[in-house]
Every structure is written in structure tokens, then in C-alpha cells.
Write a protein that binds this ligand. Structure first.
Ligand code: ADP
Ligand code: ZN
Length: 436
């Protein structure tokens, strides 16, 4: 296989040299972080007062974690480590659950971040020949501008269409012979469901790849996207606290995502004890940003659950691969005492061929008991069949779910287009239980 690279030397660096770079950059980051009142306090409380106090990787574990709450508490400028005049960009997370978190970038920060995205894009086999339709929303969300800059740096023709307006998205794919989409997996599935209405077949379009990210999705969802759209979908992971997309991205092998270790230190911890676990074991992803000066961030608890592959990738890159995000520590549902992750549900239902492209998880309370209902859209032709067949399908989906999540949910079958759609990050869970 011909493996494409953006910066081969750094992407294939031997582990010892990679770690040497990490350590040097970590010291540098600590010295920047000490300029902020927030980290100055945090680091001195464990005796770290200068970069020299970081003698080796063992000292990394002395650094206290940073949490989303820490960032909220420091809103708006508590973590700013440069003069405001040096800042060229401000992003912010969605802030749907409270005070938003804000991220600052200097010109060099944006430049280094852009380079990671160019590297990520080229790793998928995309090149300057491609026509790139960026369907992520622009604005404060990092997904839009992040990939936009990266794609321009690679030299692709970028269509900055942003999120939403399905009709226009499809028309644009036709008009410009788009070859690559950047989109959330849920919206891409919705777009596909509208092809027929717009008189388009996947095979008529020029699409070859999609970069899908910003929300959890299973391998089965990816396969569905590949099959329905006749493309290859690549998983893309990032979060605004760590710049945005481009933290980890799949290469042409599509066996999980290379996490760019010259730019980030990744640790996987046991979320209850806070201790590091071995490669291959699942836990919470903790990340240190090694390339941003305007706003340093050390040992950030992402709340995302994943593991690192211990074995190297066939592409020759030495940066370790992060698994799919298996769930978030904060999206776990407790249903009558049983822990259930929405990702477990998705994985099962997307394997059922009759299931179309949208679903919703609904939880409420009946008397003292929690009640879980999984609503799935199925293809319309099935509704023309007899009731016994539908009943059998319902029972099959229910049994698939029970084998994975232990409890047996209600399953409702819906016609396509009847469940709510989102044009960005999907909101799959509706929890209507009274909060006590
Ligand atoms: P927020 O959603 O917290 O406002 P971001 O927009 O920065 O902030 O989203 C980052 C989060 O989105 C990640 O922490 C992760 O939970 C989720 N995410 C991003 N990319 C992926 C992906 N490829 N797979 C699963 N989840 C993802
Ligand atoms: Zn690889």
C-alpha cells in the first residue's frame, strides 16, 4: 500500500525521540502555565515551581488534573497566559450545560493546530485534488474553522457551507462534485435519507470520503455510512479544550485514530482512582496540550472513555492509536441500578439491517421503576408488510439489546423522518425522570 504522509519524519519518529520531544515541550508548557494564577496555584501546591521540577515522565503524575469545572471557574480569562494583543482567535464550547469554556490561540497556536489537521487529512489519503465540503458549523465551535484551515493548507478546494440546510447540501455536492465531506455521523445519515427525495443516488455523486466526528458512533454506524454512501468514512476526534479537531484521526488503515503525540501527551486513567492504566485497558482519556501558548492546559480530564492500542499500526506511524470513544463518564445512564451507555445501544441497533438511520433513547419513570424505551426508525417498506413481521422485528431488536445491556427495553418502531433530527451533534438521550 502507498502510505501518504504530510510530515513523515515526525509521524514515524522512534518512541524514544518522540518522548524526548514530549518532555522538552512539557517543561516549556509548565513554564507557561506557571504564568497563569490558576496553574501557579495548582502547580505550587504540589511543589512544582519551575520547569526544572519536571525531571522525567514520572513527574507528570504529580501534576493535578484539570477539569471542565476548573475551566468554567476560570471564565473568562483565568487561564490566559499571554497578553490579549497576542491572541488572534477565540473559540468556546457549546455551553449547553452551564457557563461556556473559552479557548484562546496566538497566531503560532493556530498555525501549529492547522498543521496537525493537514497531517490528519493527508493520513486519510486525501490530497490537494479533493473538493472539500465542510458541513460542520462555523463560529465558536472548533469543528468548522479547524478543518477549514487544515484543508486549505493541504490545498483542497474548500466549500465553507457550514451546518444545516439539507437540500442545499445535496445540491452543492452535485454542483461542485464534492469528494470529501466533514460532518457528524448522525447528520450524514440524515442527509442520505433525503437523497431519494432530492432525486439523487449515492453512486451519481463524486463522494469518496467523509471525516466524521464530534459525537460518539459505533463501528456499525461507520459501516452503514460506508455502504449507503459508497465512501470511506474516517473517525476524527478532538475537543475544544485541546484546540479542537486534529487530536486523533484515522489513517488509511482505518483501525482507530493516531493521536498526535508530539502535540499531546495522552494518558488513560481509571476514573475512580485517577491512576494510569496499561495500554489496551479502557479508562478515561486525559490529555496535555504541548503546542498552545495562549492557554496552556495540563492533564485535562476529558470524561471520554477509550483505550490505546499497544501494537503499532501497519501504516508505519509511531504515534499510538486511540480507540473509538466508548462513552463518556457523564453520559452513562443508570436504569434500575444497571449502568447503560448509549453507545452500547447504538452498536446493537445499527447492526440490524432493517433499521434506518435515526434513533432515540428515552427514559422515564413509572411508579418506582425506571423505564427505558428505544425508538428506532425503520425503512418504510417494512410498514407495508404484515403485523406479525413487525412484531418479530421488534422482538429481535429487543433481544439484541438485552444481550448487551442486560435489561430489556421497550422497543418502538417508527417511520423514517418521524424522530427529531439534528444538524450538528445529535441529542440521542431524552431522560424525563424527575431529578431529586
Ligand atoms: P462540548 O461538546 O463539550 O461542548 P466540544 O465541541 O469540544 O465540546 O466536543 C468535544 C467532545 O465531543 C469530546 O470530548 C467527545 O466527547 C466528543 N467527540 C468529539 N469527537 C468525537 C468522536 N470522533 N467520537 C466520539 N466522540 C467525539
Ligand atoms: Zn496508521
Amino acid at each position: 500500500m502507498d502510505i501518504p504522509f504530510w510530515s513523515k519524519e515526525i509521524e514515524t519518529l522512534d518512541r524514544a525521540s518522540l518522548q524526548a520531544i514530549q518532555l522538552e515541550r512539557l517543561r516549556d508548557m509548565v513554564s507557561w502555565a506557571l504564568k497563569t494564577p490558576f496553574y501557579n496555584k495548582k502547580l505550587s501546591s504540589v511543589g512544582i515551581r519551575s520547569p526544572e521540577d519536571i525531571r522525567g515522565f514520572r513527574d507528570l503524575e504529580r501534576i493535578p488534573f484539570t477539569t471542565k469545572d476548573d475551566l468554567r471557574r476560570s471564565f473568562p480569562k483565568g487561564l490566559l497566559a499571554v497578553e490579549m494583543t497576542e491572541v488572534v482567535r477565540i473559540h468556546s464550547s457549546s455551553g449547553t450545560t452551564g457557563i461556556p469554556t473559552v479557548i484562546y490561540y496566538t497566531r503560532d497556536d493556530v498555525d501549529r493546530w492547522t498543521d496537525l489537521l493537514a497531517r490528519s487529512i493527508v493520513a486519510t489519503g486525501a490530497s490537494a485534488q479533493d473538493i472539500f465540503q465542510n458541513m460542520m458549523s462555523y463560529g465558536l465551535f472548533t469543528g468548522g474553522l479547524g478543518l477549514h484551515y487544515g484543508a486549505e493548507r493541504v490545498g483542497m478546494a474548500v466549500i465553507p457551507i457550514g451546518g444545516g440546510n439539507t437540500k442545499r447540501q445535496i445540491q452543492t455536492m452535485k454542483d461542485f462534485q464534492t469528494t470529501i465531506l466533514h460532518v457528524t455521523p448522525s447528520y450524514l445519515l440524515h442527509i442520505h435519507s433525503q437523497f431519494e427525495a432530492e432525486g439523487v443516488k449515492a453512486g451519481d455523486l463524486a463522494l469518496r470520503r467523509a471525516f466524521i466526528g464530534a459525537e460518539p458512533h459505533s463501528e456499525n454506524t461507520r459501516r452503514k455510512i460506508d455502504d449507503l454512501l459508497h465512501i470511506q468514512a474516517f473517525n476524527s476526534y478532538g475537543l475544544s479544550e485541546l484546540n479542537g479537531p486534529g487530536v486523533a484521526f484515522e489513517c488509511v488503515c482505518r483501525k482507530d485514530m493516531h493521536l498526535w503525540e508530539d502535540a499531546y501527551i495522552v494518558e488513560i486513567i481509571d476514573p475512580t482512582t485517577g491512576r494510569n492504566v496499561e495500554d489496551g485497558q479502557e479508562g478515561e482519556v486525559v490529555l496535555t496540550n504541548l503546542i498552545r501558548r495562549a492557554m496552556p492546559i495540563l492533564r485535562y480530564r476529558t470524561r471520554d472513555l477509550a483505550f490505546l492500542h499497544p501494537e503499532p499500526c501497519e501504516c508505519g506511524r509511531t504515534h499510538r492509536r486511540l480507540s473509538r470513544i466508548l462513552g463518556r463518564t457523564d453520559d452513562m445512564l443508570i436504569i434500575n441500578g444497571v449502568n447503560v451507555f448509549p453507545s452500547q445501544i447504538e452498536e446493537k441497533i445499527m447492526k440490524v439491517p432493517e433499521v434506518a438511520t435515526n434513533y432515540q433513547i428515552h427514559v422515564d419513570k413509572k411508579g418506582a421503576l425506571d423505564r427505558l424505551t428505544v425508538k428506532v426508525e425503520i425503512y418504510p417498506k417494512l410498514f407495508l408488510g404484515d403485523v406479525a413481521k413487525l412484531e418479530a422485528l421488534r422482538a429481535r431488536i429487543r433481544e439484541e439489546l438485552r444481550s448487551s445491556i442486560v435489561i430489556s427495553p421497550n422497543v418502538e418502531l417508527h417511520e423514517p423522518g418521524s424522530l427529531p433530527v439534528s444538524e450538528g451533534k445529535a441529542k440521542r438521550v431524552v431522560d424525563e425522570r424527575p431529578k431529586d
